[in-house]
Design a protein around this ligand. Structure first.
Ligand code: SF4
Length: 332
């Protein structure tokens, strides 16, 4: 039922005009997100994952524009023509430095953000108390952080401040666009644990954009794999990692490093990669967008665009090949 969803995106398309033609960054993408769910959007650079997330937040950078589709949040349609950031949704980005103002202390920025929300009646003392509580909640010492400028903080501290700023308006949905990519592995782990904890404590849903399937396995309940502006596969994490059906998903999983420790004197592990040319997004092929890189590609694949087909109520993939369960060819 539509009302069970916090977010419902139907047939969304986003296009960027360019000298070599229109770049179709997102093509007829549909998905849903339930309250309290963590959905990962995974894909390589140029797959459309960040553009998709940004368009939910009404942040499609000009001259790009949403050319079709509908976004429903809490049962209300979000209108891109209103140029407003939707209430109840907040976003954090890969580079927190670009979102924090270096001319103002963290205290000024947090109080300004708080007063811009429905808490505008708070006195300065009350606002400061709320900001301190929020910083403590994301694992920062308010006494150390409030009087500082963003450039005086580490990358991990900046990202925590961004999360605290996002939480000030008590969002139902946090969109996180590669928030840990610029951080070292230890800090990355801390930020992921924080997002997981906030999700469990507050029921806040999360749309997590990443190129890292390891993070998806660690954090998300469900995952959508994107390529060429389209969804290639969508499933629960368990189903996707145990039974990947799309050749692109299988290629991504094969390119993950194995976890066994390296033993001195043995051959070093060689990672698989997905070969083939990069997709020209201004000249998308008539058939399957993955055909030039797919080891199973046929004439039919180049002529006919595959539909997204269901193998269960939670597992979908876009490919002409069938699964063994359907009696068609298996990828294995
Ligand atoms: Fe590969 Fe064809 Fe499936 Fe596309 S439709 S992923 S080219 S087998």
């Amino acid at each position: 039922m539509a009302n069970d969803f916090l977010l419902q995106v139907r047939d969304l398309s986003v296009c960027f005009p360019s000298a070599s033609g229109d770049v179709h960054a997102v093509n007829s993408v549909s998905f849903t997100l339930a309250p309290g769910e963590i959905l990962g959007i995974v894909g390589e650079s140029g797959s459309g994952k960040s553009t998709l997330a940004g368009s939910v937040m009404n942040l499609t950078p000009p001259p790009g524009k949403v050319t079709g589709g509908q976004i429903m949040f809490q049962g209300q349609e979000l209108k891109s023509s209103l140029h407003a950031i939707p209430d109840g949704i907040r976003m954090i980005f890969q580079d927190p430095m670009s979102s924090l103002d270096p001319y103002f202390t963290i205290e000024s920025q947090m109080i300004e953000t708080l007063r811009a929300t429905d808490s505008s009646t708070l006195s300065r003392k009350e606002a400061l108390h709320t900001c301190s509580q929020m910083l403590a909640r994301v694992g920062l010492d308010p006494k150390t952080v409030l009087k500082r400028y963003s450039f005086e903080l580490s990358g991990g501290q900046q990202q925590r401040v961004m999360i605290a700023l996002a939480l000030l308006s008590d969002p139902s949905l946090l969109i996180a666009d590669e928030p840990t990519t610029a951080l070292d592995v230890t800090i990355q782990d801390q930020i992921l644990s924080l997002i997981r904890k906030l999700n469990q404590e507050t029921g806040m849903a999360v749309l997590f954009v990443t190129h890292n399937l390891g993070i998806v396995a660690d954090l998300c309940h469900r995952v959508m794999v994107m390529y060429g502006g389209e969804i290639m596969e969508s499933a629960t994490c368990d189903a996707l990692f145990d039974h990947p059906l799309h050749p692109y998903t299988q290629g991504l999983l094969k390119s993950l490093p194995k976890t066994e420790p390296y033993v001195a004197g043995t051959a070093r592990q060689k990672l698989d990669s997905i070969g083939g040319p990069a997709l020209d997004m201004a000249n998308l092929p008539k058939g399957c967008v993955f055909a030039d890189r797919c080891p199973y590609s046929t004439d039919r694949c180049r002529e006919e665009k595959p539909a997204l087909k269901a193998v269960s109520d939670q597992h979908f993939y876009r490919c002409h090949l069938g699964t063994e369960a359907e009696g068609g060819a298996s990828h294995e």
